[in-house]
Design a protein around this ligand. Structure first.
Ligand code: TXA
Ligand code: MG
Length: 342
C-alpha cells in the first residue's frame, strides 16, 4: 500500500481538503490526522471491520479500548448515557480540548472492538482545526488511537507517523507539529468522584477548579490494577534503554562519566539550561519548570534518540505541577520505572 501525505495548512475549513480522507473513511479505511495532542489514526467508530484495521496497522493489543472523537459536543449524547452535571460542566469548559471523558456506553452503536471488555466509552472533542474539519466533513465519530506503532512514542509530526506506518495506511493529513504534545487526560466519569486514569493535556488542577476533588490513580501507583487498560503495556519507549535522572548537573556529569568509562554512548534529554554536560547527544526540551514546553517537545526528543547510536538515554525529571504530571507519567513508562542510580 502506498502512503500518501497531504498537507493541510491553509484553508483548513475548506471541505475539499477532506474529500479524499472522507472517501477513504466512508469506505472503511483508516486515515492519520493531527489533533492538538498527538496525531491520531482514525476509522469510523461504528464500523467494526474498519476499526480492526487500526489494530492491525498499529500492532496494538486488541484488549485496549480506543477513544471516540466527535466534531460537535452534542454528539456525546448519541453514544453515552448517565452524563452528570459535572460532566456537562467539564464539556462546556474544556471541549474542544485534551480531555477524554469515560461514560457508560449506549449499547449497540459504537463497534464492539472500540470498547473491548468494558461497558464504558471514552469520548473527546479534539481542539485542532484539521481534526474538527475532518470530523465535520465526515459527520460521523472516529475511533482514533495515537498514530504510532504500538509501544513507540506518540507522533507529534506527520513525519513520525510516516516513519511508523509507511506502507500500512493509505493517507496522512499533515497539519504540522502538534501543540500540546502529550495525549489527552482520560477521566472516568463513572466513579464518584471521577478518576483520572491517564494524566494528560488537561491538568488535574484545571479539572478540580471546575468540579472539585477527583481521584488520581497516577498519584498512588501500584495500588490497584490499572483501569485504563492501555496503561499496563510498555509505552512511549525509544529503542535504547531509558533512565530518569534527578535534575542535578553535578550528578548528571558524574553519571555520564561513569557510563563513558563503561564504554557506553549517552543521549541526554533535559531542560534548556542544563547544556550538554559531556553527553554524546543532548536534546533540550524547554526551560526548567516550563512543563508545557517539555510536553510539547518530549516525544520528538525520544524519537530523535532513535536516530543516534546511544547505548543509553538519560532523561531529566521535572516536577508534577500542571502538565508535569503527564510528562513524568510518560517518562516513567518509557523508562519502565527505572531511575538512574549512581
Ligand atoms: O490525545 C489523545 O487522547 C490521542 C489523540 C489521537 O486523540 N489518542 C490517544 O489514544 O492517546 P490511545 O488509544 O493511544 O490511548 C487511549 C487511552 C488508553 O490508555 C485506553 O486504555 C484509554 O485511553 N481508554 C479508552 N477508552 C477507555 C475506556 N472506555 N475506559 C478506560 N480507558 C479507556
Ligand atoms: Mg497511544
Amino acid at each position: 500500500m502506498e502512503t500518501k501525505v497531504v498537507i493541510v495548512d491553509n484553508f483548513v475549513g475548506n471541505k475539499k481538503n477532506y474529500e479524499q480522507a472522507v472517501d477513504i473513511l466512508k469506505s472503511g479505511g483508516v486515515v492519520a490526522f493531527p489533533t492538538e495532542t498527538v496525531y491520531g489514526l482514525g476509522a469510523l467508530a461504528t464500523d467494526e471491520v474498519a476499526v480492526q484495521k487500526i489494530f492491525e496497522a498499529k500492532g496494538r493489543p486488541s484488549d485496549n479500548p480506543l477513544i471516540v472523537h466527535i466534531g460537535d459536543k452534542e454528539q456525546v449524547f448519541n453514544y453515552a448515557t448517565g452524563i452528570s452535571t459535572d460532566a456537562e460542566k467539564l464539556m462546556a469548559t474544556f471541549w474542544p480540548g485534551p480531555l477524554t471523558l469515560v461514560f457508560h456506553k449506549i449499547p449497540g452503536i459504537i463497534a464492539p472492538n472500540v470498547t473491548p471488555g468494558v461497558e464504558t466509552v471514552g469520548i473527546r472533542m479534539p481542539d485542532h482545526p484539521v481534526a474538527l474539519g475532518l470530523l465535520r466533513a465526515l459527520g460521523e465519530p472516529l475511533a482514533a488511537p495515537s498514530a504510532n506503532r504500538s509501544g513507540k512514542p506518540s507522533p507529534t509530526e506527520a513525519a513520525h507517523v510516516h516513519k511508523d506506518l509507511d506502507g500500512l495506511i493509505p493517507l496522512i493529513l499533515d497539519g504540522g507539529q502538534t501543540g500540546v504534545g502529550v495525549e489527552s487526560t482520560v477521566l472516568d466519569m463513572t466513579t464518584i468522584p471521577p478518576t483520572i486514569l491517564r494524566p494528560g493535556g488537561t491538568t488535574q488542577e484545571m479539572i478540580e477548579s471546575i468540579i472539585g476533588p477527583v481521584n488520581s490513580e497516577t498519584k498512588s501507583p501500584g495500588e490497584q490494577a490499572p483501569r485504563s487498560p492501555g496503561m499496563k503495556y510498555l509505552h512511549y519507549a525509544p529503542e535504547a534503554p531509558l533512565y530518569v535522572i534527578n535534575y542535578d548537573a553535578v550528578k548528571i556529569c558524574a553519571a555520564i562519566d561513569k557510563l563513558h568509562a563503561e564504554g557506553k554512548k549517552v543521549a541526554l534529554i533535559g531542560p534548556d539550561e542544563l547544556g550538554i554536560t559531556g553527553a554524546d547527544w543532548y536534546f533540550a526540551i524547554g526551560m526548567a519548570g516550563n512543563n508545557e514546553a517539555m510536553a510539547t517537545n518530549l516525544y520528538g526528543a525520544l524519537r530523535k534518540c532513535d536516530l543516534t547510536e546511544a547505548d543509553l538515554i538519560l532523561a531529566v525529571e521535572t516536577d508534577l505541577a500542571g502538565v508535569g504530571a503527564a510528562v513524568m507519567n510518560r517518562l516513567m513508562k518509557a523508562a519502565e520505572g527505572k531511575h538512574f542510580i549512581y
